[in-house]
Write a protein that binds this ligand. Structure first.
Ligand code: GRF
Length: 215
């Protein structure tokens, strides 16, 4: 008799800001597009992040865990791990998360952390490429196409295995803000919920590399 299969995977979403990608995941769960996993916890590394309000409005447990309150990077990560393990987290989604996570953290959740990056990796990624800076660099380079990438997270910034990508046109006269919004609407908010569903379906089926056994 195989171990009782989980019905749904437990998702935790880590945020630092507005939480529009978190909202896309919450909306997908509400619509049923995301049905193999459920958001059980939202953690922000910034107390005022509006994404915390989005979580609360959806009835999801939302907490701020700050490095300042914890006192050191090690204590910060230990508190993150404690809360994530307490919530029996199967999949961690970094959605606009801007805090450093060490190899110790990423190894604790090997192959169970995904991130959305607002460019087509390997373009405009790595150290220092986040938020509007990504789009400023793309416009500076004069690319005609940009987009978004969902990838697994390891100790290298934006260095993990690519899971999904979606290209988005760049138009003459685009500002970083206009390009950012187009990429969010046409790529990020579509890719991330779908990647979460696909991975959670594998977790529930017991055939995801991050899981030796189904809890
Ligand atoms: C945005 O720059 C987005 O492209 C990137 O993180 C930033 C904030 O996203 N993924 P969100 O609105 O907090 O999800």
């Amino acid at each position: 008799m195989s171990a009782k299969k989980q019905k749904k995977a437990n998702i935790a979403v880590l945020i630092s800001g507005g939480g529009t990608n978190l909202q896309a995941i919450l909306d997908a769960e509400k619509s049923g597009a995301l049905h193999s996993g459920s958001v059980k916890l939202v953690i922000s590394n910034r107390k005022g992040a509006y994404g915390l309000e989005r979580a609360k409005a959806a009835g999801v447990k939302a907490v701020a865990v700050t490095k300042k309150d914890c006192g050191s990077q090690e204590a910060f990560e230990a508190e993150l791990i404690r809360r994530l393990d307490e919530a029996k987290t199967d999949l961690i989604v970094l959605a606009g998360w801007l805090a450093i996570l060490s190899e110790n953290f990423t190894r604790h959740f090997e192959h169970r952390i995904i991130n959305i990056h607002p460019a087509l990796i390997p373009s405009f990624c790595g150290e220092g490429f986040y938020g509007l800076k990504v789009h400023e660099a793309a416009l500076e380079k004069g690319v005609k196409v940009s987009g978004a990438t969902v990838h697994y997270v390891n100790e290298i910034p934006d260095g993990g295995e690519i899971i999904a990508q979606k290209a988005v046109r760049v138009y003459p006269g685009d500002t970083p803000e206009k390009l950012q919004l187009r990429i969010m609407k046409q790529a990020e908010w579509k890719l991330l919920p779908k990647a979460a569903e696909d991975i959670c379906a594998k977790i529930v089926a017991g055939d995801h590399p991050g899981f030796q056994e189904v809890r």
